[in-house]
Design a protein around this ligand. Structure first.
Ligand code: G6P
Length: 604
């Protein structure tokens, strides 16, 4: 998510840090900050907005310290503002921290710390960590950090300074990447290699559970209380490659981050056998009798998937509208309606305007948004954030899976509030959701099969995608992704509609991609497949690993791990995105910036 850089050595730390932050700007951020230890005193500067604002603040300061940390923040907890920008400090102003990730139990810890008279200056989860260290700093910097680490749950890549021991930086990693740049008489700690590549090409990647004590000449790493060694590797990437962590494009980097994006979005929102959604008013949710979801593009397909979930789990009539259509229509909405908008950017003009026109008539409204502080996040009654982090590729990938994560949680939560889902089903559904990050990792491990299929079909002119029920919106999304990234004409269809038109297109050239896991409608989808085969059509099937029958029907098969049938859309997203990606790459298209498309559509 955000950018981290720390420096310890002989040079001017603030210059090294500002340079490092400038190399991390591509990640997207909304505020920036720096803290330096100068003459045993901790000095901090922070600014909202671009790094330029922070640089201006530093122009008239002559910072001389040779140890410091810096951060670019992409807001997750608390709006983008100077107060919420990192580094954060404890009450004494001697301990300071920068952090990427989410401290899941921060609220409980904050309440506890308040009882011990700690005063907080921000809305962030991060700040509590500085105060947790302060509680034990009497035992020494290292001991205090290690004991604070034991108290937190969640994901973190964090870097800490203490002016009482100004000869070291302590860093810890759990889920959020951190890498040490090993120099001569100086060391760096960063979220990403480009921030120090100009000064050293030796990188030591930390692993989950690692805590590192870094001085200018030494690095000690601990994991589970024991000393461990991590190999320093020579980085051969160019600066540009390094920004993509070695991936050739942001799109494939972001697809590869989907397990993490999903995990970060559900983390802290499942408690035992119930869903806990911050900011959501359960009393209002209980009163609603119908739901309307508004969105555009990929977000619309996430919303469409939710229609099936909300009707199945909560028994509530749900309709999904393309924002540009509902904007000029006369939708029937009253106080029993829950309005939901789904948007990665929170700035899509049609979604904003559509909502403006109908908001007064609705009973309650919830925005599902990725960008904290965006227009939609401020307009609706409540907001649920997807914690996907900044997405740079124009085509939505990891934000789609994060939107689905929130929509699954919200549907289950509505089911529970409306008494439509029993305890057993709730438990098993939440357990399936918890398994998803692991299963996504399995799917992402070997991309070669999808790549091979993509190369085989990359010269085709048209594609058709089919699915039934909850897999139908995935057919729409698969076709959209292919259009966007490969410029190949593609249509998504409800498989039951095949005989009402698309069957006329069957020939030996057009591939038909079927979302066909073994579920309640499997036999029906197999009938559709057979009808195409009977007309010499080509089938690419996406099905579950234990399926023994598909081999008889499909020309090419992509397997997903087995899971409860409601959850296949979450797994199918990966091969659909990869298929589009590899075809686009094979055709030599700039997949990160496809022609005519914009990441955020702010004009009608
Ligand atoms: C553009 C983007 C799509 C995105 C759509 C909706 O078309 O290229 O990737 O799905 O806008 O954007 P939103 O930010 O509202 O999700």
């Amino acid at each position: 998510m955000c950018g981290i850089i720390g420096y310890i050595g002989e040079e001017n730390a603030s210059e090294r840090i500002i340079y490092g932050l400038s190399r991390l700007e591509y990640r997207g951020y909304d505020s920036a900050g720096i803290a330096i230890i100068d003459n045993c005193k901790l000095i901090r500067f922070r600014s909202k907005g671009r790094l330029e604002n922070l640089k201006k603040k530093l122009e008239h300061e002559s910072l001389k310290g040779t140890i410091g940390i810096g951060h670019t923040r992409w807001a997750t907890h608390g709006k983008p503002s100077e107060e919420n920008a990192h580094p954060h400090m404890d009450c004494t102003g001697k301990i300071t921290i920068i952090h990427n990730g989410i401290i899941e139990n921060y609220f409980e810890l904050k309440e506890e710390l308040k009882k011990h008279h700690h005063k907080f200056a921000s809305e962030t989860d991060t700040e509590i960590f500085a105060h947790l260290i302060e509680e034990n700093i009497g035992k020494g910097f290292e001991k205090a950090v290690f004991s604070a680490l034991k108290q937190i749950r969640g994901t973190y890549g964090m870097v800490i300074l203490y002016s009482g021991e100004p000869d070291k930086i302590i860093a810890a990693r759990q889920g959020s990447p951190l890498v040490i740049g090993v120099g001569k008489g100086e060391n760096y700690i960063a979220s990403d290699v480009p921030s120090f590549l100009k000064y050293t090409r030796k990188a030591m990647f930390l692993e989950d559970g690692d805590a590192a004590v870094i001085t200018k000449t030494d690095v000690q790493i601990y994991n589970g209380g024991k000393k461990v060694t991590r190999q320093a590797r020579d980085i051969k990437w160019t600066s540009e490659q390094a920004e993509k962590s070695g991936f050739p494009h942001f799109m494939i980097k972001e697809i590869s981050e989907e397990a993490q994006a999903f995990e970060d979005t559900i983390i802290g929102r499942i408690e035992g056998s119930s869903v806990k959604l911050e900011n959501v008013d359960d009393k209002k949710l209980k009163k609603i009798k119908n739901i309307r979801i508004i969105a555009c593009g990929t977000s619309y397909h996430a919303a469409y998937t939710a229609k099936y979930l909300m009707e199945k789990y909560a028994g509530i009539n749900t309709s999904v509208d393309v924002a540009s259509e509902i904007r000029y229509g006369d939708p029937v909405i009253d106080k029993s309606t829950l309005l939901i908008t789904v948007s990665q950017s929170g700035e899509t003009i049609d979604t904003i305007e559509a909502f403006k026109n109908i908001q007064k008539r609705a009973g309650y409204s919830i925005a599902i948004v990725n960008v904290v502080g965006s227009t939609l996040s401020r307009m609706l009654d409540s907001v649920i954030y997807t914690h996907a982090g900044p997405e740079i590729g124009v085509a939505a990938t990891k934000t789609f899976i994060s939107q689905l994560a929130v929509l699954y949680l919200l549907s289950l939560h509505l089911g529970s509030i409306h008494g439509k889902i029993n305890d057993k089903k709730m438990k098993s559904s939440l357990s399936s959701l918890r398994k998803i990050p692991g299963l996504l990792k399995i799917m992402l491990k070997d991309k070669s099969k999808v790549k091979k299929i993509a190369e085989k079909y990359s010269k085709q002119r048209d594609f058709l995608y089919y699915g039934r029920n909850i897999n139908f919106p995935m057919a729409l999304e698969g076709a959209l992704k292919l259009k966007e990234i490969s410029y190949i004409h593609a249509e998504g269809y409800a498989a039951g509609e095949m005989k009402h038109g698309p069957i006329a297109l069957v020939d030996d050239k057009t591939p038909n991609v079927f979302l066909a896991p073994e579920n309640a409608l499997y036999e029906k989808i197999i009938s559709n497949i057979q009808e195409i085969k009977a007309r010499s059509g080509t089938i690419i099937a996406i099905t579950n690993r234990s399926n023994k029958t598909m081999k008889r029907f499909a020309d090419d098969i992509i397997y997903m791990p087995d899971i409860d049938e409601d959850f296949y859309p979450l797994l199918a997203a990966i091969p659909l995105q990869l298929l589009a990606y590899y075809i686009g790459v094979k055709k030599g298209i700039d997949v990160d910036k496809p022609r005519n498309l914009a990441k955020s559509v702010t004009v009608e």
